[in-house]
Design a protein around this ligand. Sequence first.
Ligand code: ZN
Length: 598
Amino acid sequence: MDQVAQVREKIDLVSLIQEYIPLKKAGRNFKAVCPFHNEKTPSFVISPERQIWHCFGCQKGGDCFTFLMEYEKLEFPEALRTLAKKAGVELKESFFQTGLSSKKDKIYALNRLALDFYHYVLTKHKAGKKALSYLENTRKIDNKLIETFALGFSPKEGNALSNFLVAKKKYQKGDLIEAGISFEYRGQLMDFFRNRVMFPLFDHRNNIVGFSGRVIDPPAGGSEGGKYINTRETLVYHKGGMFFGLNTAKEEIKKLDKVIVTEGELDVISMFSQGYKNAIAIKGTALTEDQANLLARFTKNIALCLDQDVAGSQATKRSFLVLEEKGFATTVVLTPNGKDPDEAIKNDPIAFKKALKSDISIYDYFFSNAFSSFDKETTSGTRKITEELLPIFMQIGNEVVKEHFLKKLAKELNTSYESLLREIEKIEKKEIAKDEIILPTKDKRERTEILEEYLLALIIQSENPAEIFEYAKESLKDYKFRTASIEKIIGFLNIYFKTHRQFDVKQFSNVLPQELLKTFDICFLLPMPKLLEEEEYRDEAQKAAKELRLLFLKDKIKFLSQDLKNKEKDQKPEEIKKLEEELSELIHLLSTSSSVIQ
Ligand code: ZN
């Protein structure tokens, strides 16, 4: 057995996926809300018998490797290495010599060297003296914090790091550019970060994916670019996919089952120094879906501690939509005087602690925000308030909470709950109209194709496939399948049941040709429209088979009538007679079949 198969054999897919998302038993399979697309009703199915997963919403699917690659955004070699370690399988070196994985590893290694270099400059070299005194005296960041967050300084000289990496560490120019550490300017290799305090960015797996560089204020000798610049997009650094501080905070987040989300690196460090070790910073203005997915692994309780200006409240609103969809319980921290956490702590740590403790639910936050921005006594104010709040409140996932806030709103506005519901209906209608244009229709296939898939699913998912198969076969005597792969699988089942009474799914899938496996697996995992009792499988299969046969007969009649018309024109009495007989037989068949099904 090759090593990939060996790892796959040893990993239990159900327990692997369970480490990331909660699963629910559903018959012989497990179900979950899909982590790869937005949905409320679960269409993500896992089969313990087949050790496969498939999502009927976004059509993603596969085995343990594809799950990990998709979830952790890994390349195959990385997923293999992770799972091999888990399974206790020692891999031969040859797996990692080539490809993307080694490219990523090279960037991680380069970033590690860059971090050590920046850190050395800040803490030991005279070029970092000014920055060190700025951090210690102006920012009150002591030695211990500098070590904890591995802070550094990038020297003013344009190519100190690049030179060090090429001359001393023997890296190629191209590697440094690919890692985002350097760039080429007039044929010269230049450092990307210059004259900045450096904050390394780790992913939750402790790889250094990039840096954030901040100017010292007031800027020493002027500065190019903004107050902060980040590593540009590389193979390992993706904007909107990570946080600053997650690697140091994640254990505390798990322990407290809560995360505090701030805007900046300095907020995280200040909070850490005060003992709030579950704070992280978004590298952007609002939380992205990727970030919410990442956080969901550690906690579902989140306190937003963002700036309280217009941009901050916009960011809170956008973050809310992402978080509500994922089922987070979200609160908002209102810092004293609207200062950012770093400033608020420096001003008055006790007041900040109080604010942190009295965080309010995000719904209350929106509520009081809207009422303080607009005058509810005027008509235009009332309209503005409803326009602001209804699109938010209609997104609330919990129906009880939703009703509570709508009733509260109705009371404040001196209107009825029902009229708010009617307004919501209007908004929803508009959104559906929007959806219909943008979204592809759910299932474009013909009913015949859907029924064929359903029939095969009924057969192979039942407790007694051989029996159900016989019933279906009986109803489908002269049927011709529309979907070639399903027809082939039915053929294989036919052969299989000649020699086996029991259906062993593993054995059967081993004899299936590779190209039929995907269709088979999809049918094996296809969720039933309702939970079926065992005897209902037979009835459903019969119903599906009969409807298929009816559709088939109707099609055939249509075809024959057309044929007959053509032949009449050509005056071929022999053939016409034959066709007429065939047609009348079909019509008879159709009428008898219909009487059975109705
Ligand atoms: Zn999905």
